[in-house]
Design a protein around this ligand. Structure first.
Ligand SMILES: [Zn+2]
Length: 119
């Protein structure tokens, strides 16, 4: 992240900076979610910090995650296959990290629907 981007992010998302910290955190959150794969924020057992709620197929252009820390949905847009977080207004937050892992999984496994991801 450049210093200019950092200033932009901090001024826009001061309160959320603690949580939307890094791509690595998003990667970890994704692995955590993969272990339980739940869309229901109430019943999953391993409490993943981020939960995939929706991703559009076949041409992935949007992912919707639920951030348990923020207690709200987070939208990540894909522009030319590059994820950008609408909530954090950045491309290197944990939500983007989560989405990158998701895209890699979809590509690797050839998934074509939400059902493929969840099975
Ligand atoms: Zn984000």
């Amino acid at each position: 992240m450049s210093s200019k981007d950092k200033i932009k992010t901090n001024s826009l998302q001061l309160k959320k900076a603690m949580k939307c910290e890094s791509l690595d955190e998003g990667t970890f959150a994704f692995l955590n979610w993969m272990n339980c794969k739940s869309f229901d924020s109430e019943v999953f057992e391993q409490n993943p910090p981020l939960i995939l709620k929706y991703v559009d197929f076949p041409n992935v252009g949007l992912a919707r995650l639920f951030d348990r820390f923020l207690g709200q949905d987070v939208f990540v847009n894909m522009v030319d296959c590059v994820p950008s977080c609408r909530t954090c207004v950045t491309d290197d937050c944990s939500h983007v990290g989560f989405t990158i892992c998701l895209l890699q999984l979809i590509e690797r496994e050839g998934f074509e629907s939400m059902h493929d991801i969840l099975k």
